[in-house]
Design a protein around this ligand. Sequence first.
Ligand code: FAD
Length: 475
Amino acid sequence: MAKDFLKETKDRYDIIVIGSGLAGLTSANVLAKAGYSVLLLEHHYQLGGMATWFKRKGGHIFDISLHGFPVGMIKSCRKYWTPEIAESIVQLKGIRFENPQFSLRTTFDRKDFTRLITEEFNVPFETVDGFFAASRKMNFFDDQEMTTGELFEKFFPGRSDVVRLLMEPITYANGSTLEDPAITYGIVFSNFMSKGVFTFRGGTDALVNKMKAELIKNGVDIRIRALVEQIEVDKDRKVKAVHVNGKRIECGAVMSNANIKSTILKLVGEENLDSDYVEEAKAVRLNNSSCQVYIGLKPGESFDNCGDLLFHSEHEGFDIESILSKDISSRTFSFYYPETRPGSDRSLIVSSTNARYKDWADLPEEQYKADKEHLCRTTIDCLEKYIPDVRQKIDWVEASTPRTFEHYTRHIHGSSFGTKFEGLKVSQELPEQVGGLFHAGSVGIIMSGWLGAVNYGVIVSNEVDKYLTPSSAAM
Ligand SMILES: Cc1cc2nc3c(=O)[nH]c(=O)nc-3n(C[C@H](O)[C@H](O)[C@H](O)COP(=O)(O)OP(=O)(O)OC[C@H]3O[C@@H](n4cnc5c(N)ncnc54)[C@H](O)[C@@H]3O)c2cc1C
C-alpha cells in the first residue's frame, strides 16, 4: 500500500506553508516560534527547494546552489535560525575572472573592487566612489525607471571591461540584465560588496538538516512528498483550506513559497481573483533557468588551488545572448575543496551556466541525453585549462538542465531565480486579493538568492502575524 505522507495531520492549523525553499523554511520557523501551529508541505522528498544537494555512488555529495551569498546571511541566520547556523558561514576569498578582456583575482568587496577599477582599469577614484555610493543608496522607494545599463553608462561610458567586471557575476547570481531596473542591481551588488562572498561550511545538507531540527524543535509539522493541488478560498475571498495529496486541511492563513505565477494561476485559480490582477500576474516575466555539470574526483584526488569561484568566459564583453546561449561560452566554476565538508577527502567542481528553458524543453529523449553528454564533455574540456589533468582524476560526472530544475522545484520553466522585477508587486498584493493568503519566495530579483529568500520569508511572516493577531507587534 502506498505510504500516507499525511498520516495523522491535524484537521486545522493556524498556518499552512506551501514549499520548503529558504523563504518557506524561514517563514515556518518564525511563525512557529511566535506560537502558531504550522504545517509545512513540500512536494519533494527533501527540504530546501533550490537550496539542495544530492548524493551519488562512491560518497559524492553535490551542492546545487551553494556558490556564494552576501554577508547579511550571518545576521539573518543568527536572528531567525540559530547561532550555530550563523557560525558555520565563512568567507570565500578566491573569486576569479578569466575572459578575453581581463584575468584577475579578487575578494569581491568594495575595497578590492575600488583598487582594481582604479589601478587596473584606470578609472578615477571619484568616479568609482560615486558609483558605489549611488548603488548603495538605492532602495525600493527610489526611482525605478533607470536601468542597470543606464547606471553603468552614467559612470563608466564606453567601458565594456568595467561593465563586465561589475555585471557578469550579478547576472550569474540572479539572471539580471542591463535592461532590468538599476535598483535590482544596486541592492544585490551592494550586499555582496559590503564584505565579499560567503558560503556555508559543511554543505547544504548540513544547513538544511540543522534547519529541519530547529523546525521540529519549534513544533512545525513537516510533511514531504506532499503536493498541494489547491488553495481553497471561501465566498468572502478568504483562505479556507489547502488540498494536498487529495486531502483537505483547514487553516487560518496560507504562506505559499511556490512560484508566484503557479500560486495565483494554478493553486488559487482565476475565478477567485480580480481580473486585472490576474492579467498582471500573467504578464509577470519569469527569470532564466540554469544548466549545471557536477564533477566528483576520485577519493583523495585533489588539485592545486584554483580559487573558489571562477567566472570563465570566451566571448567579447558583457553579452547576455552569449551568456544564455545553448552554445556555451561562459561558465561559473565552483571549486569545492575537502575543507568544504570538514572530515571529507573529496574535491568537487560544479559548473553553472544560465540557460533558456525553450532550448531544452522539447528535445526528444535521445537528443536530450546526447546534449547533456555534450555539455559534460565540453565543460571538462574547458576545465582542463585550469586543472590540466582533471580528466584522469574524475570519478563521477552528470548534468542538470532547466528540465531538472522544473521537475524538482515545480518552478515554471525551471526558473532559477524566480521572476523579473514586476513579480514583487504581484507577490506583495496577493493578500489584498485573498484574505489570509501570502506569498514569499524568489520574485523581483531582489527577493531571490539565499539571502533574499530568507529575508522575504521573514518580512511576509510579519504580515501573516498581523493578519492572524492584529494586535501583535512586529516579530
Ligand atoms: C543553479 C542555481 C544556482 C544558484 N546559486 C545561488 C548562489 O550561489 N547563491 C544564492 O544566494 N542563490 C543561488 N541560487 C538561487 C537560490 O538557490 C534561490 O533563489 C533560493 O534558494 C530560492 O528560495 P525560495 O524560497 O524562493 O524557494 P525555492 O527554492 O524555489 O523552493 C520552492 C519550494 O516549493 C516547493 N513547491 C512548489 N510547488 C509546490 C506545491 N504545489 N506543493 C508543495 N510544494 C511545492 C518546491 O518543491 C520547492 O521546494 C541558485 C539557483 C540555482 C538554480
